[in-house]
Design a protein around this ligand. Structure first.
Ligand code: ADP
Ligand code: MG
Length: 320
């Protein structure tokens, strides 16, 4: 947590108000709008603008050498989804240092994929990384599961774990579940992950299931849309930072909404619009087809072609 009283015009009481409103560090203030800060602190627009400007200078938004980025990308690793087909359209599996979105209607398999990812993190054969990095990842790796819909099921984890020869209870010990009842809790839990990592937990997988349901129920109507998108944007920034800084896989699920006005393009669209679209590195659309079969379509990826494949969800879990 940053010392907010370093900002111009911010004394202890304003700092307290800022923190209460969720502006706990310089980065959050740097990316806030003037209106948001006025509302949080009761300060005027000029004072708020000054604070934002100072916060922007204080957070190290430094440019990085492209060579440094290449170096960072050398640490990429992949977590298998359990389906070779699905891994293959993703370019090897769930890629670290990225946010991967699974979107689809109810029952399409989003939560199942999230459960399977938690199990696979405990399975050395399902982690693709060079030898040294793999050793680091496998040093007691933990998953964080932020559950906003109350659909996390430990029994299902055990079933999936046993299907691949793992001890179900051992796998459960390495999943930290947080039930978020509203968007503020959800955002707070995502921020807490960093603290866990700093305390020495080897967190390698962060799941938000679902990313948008709380926002969708709390911010209804056109009038709330801007606020909703702003908060969602901040949440996505937290998740992206976790992925990048700690070389984690971040997996989020998203509902789709029908577009009754669609004449061209898909009749269904992931919630969250451009904010989520631009912040997710990989987007996969899921659809239930015949029996246990699922269709997966990768779209809008920055460097992979759009692609489609099928996989299955059975009592064993996610597989081809
Ligand atoms: P959502 O996309 O809404 O999160 P889920 O991931 O919860 O959907 O998928 C639910 C579907 O997964 C069920 O309809 C069923 O087809 C399948 N499923 C869930 N659990 C099992 C199981 N134990 N055995 C077989 N199929 C299962
Ligand atoms: Mg679900």
């Amino acid at each position: 947590m940053d010392d907010l009283t370093k900002l111009p015009g911010v004394g202890p009481s304003t700092a307290e108000k800022l923190k209460e409103a969720g502006f706990t560090d310089f980065m959050k203030i740097a990316t806030a709008s003037i209106g948001e800060l006025c509302e949080a602190t009761g300060l005027g627009e000029k004072a708020a603008a000054k604070i934002i400007e100072a916060a922007r200078e204080l957070c190290d938004l430094g440019f990085k050498d492209a060579l440094e980025i290449l170096e960072q990308r050398k640490n990429l690793w992949w977590l298998s989804t359990g389906s070779k087909n699905l891994d293959s359209i993703l370019g090897g599996g769930l890629e670290s240092q990225s946010v991967i979105e699974f979107a689809g209607p109810y029952g399409s398999g989003k939560t199942q994929i999230a459960h399977q990812a938690c199990v696979n993190l405990q399975c050395p054969e399902r982690i693709i990384a060079d030898e040294k990095l793999k050793e680091e990842i496998l040093d007691n790796p933990k998953a964080v599961y932020i559950d906003t819909e109350g659909t996390f099921r430990p029994e299902r984890i055990i079933e999936m774990a046993e299907a691949i020869g793992l001890d179900g209870k051992e796998v459960l010990k390495n999943i930290k579940v947080a039930r978020a009842y509203n968007s503020d809790m959800q955002m707070l839990y995502a921020e807490k992950v960093e603290e866990l990592i700093q305390k020495g937990e080897n967190i390698r997988l962060v799941i938000v299931d679902s990313l948008t349901s709380t926002f969708r129920t709390e911010y209804t109507g056109r009038g709330k849309l801007a606020e909703r998108q702003q908060k969602l944007g901040r949440h996505m920034a937290t998740l992206n930072k976790l992925a990048d800084l700690y070389n984690c896989v971040v997996l989020v699920t998203n509902q789709v909404a029908a577009r009754p006005d669609a004449i061209f393009g898909p009749a269904e669209q992931a919630i969250g619009g451009h904010i989520v679209g631009h912040a997710a590195t990989f987007r996969v659309f899921l659809k239930k087809t015949k029996g246990d079969k699922r269709l997966a379509r990768l779209y809008d990826s920055p460097y992979l072609p759009d692609a489609e494949t099928t996989f299955r969800i059975t009592e064993k879990g996610v597989h081809d």
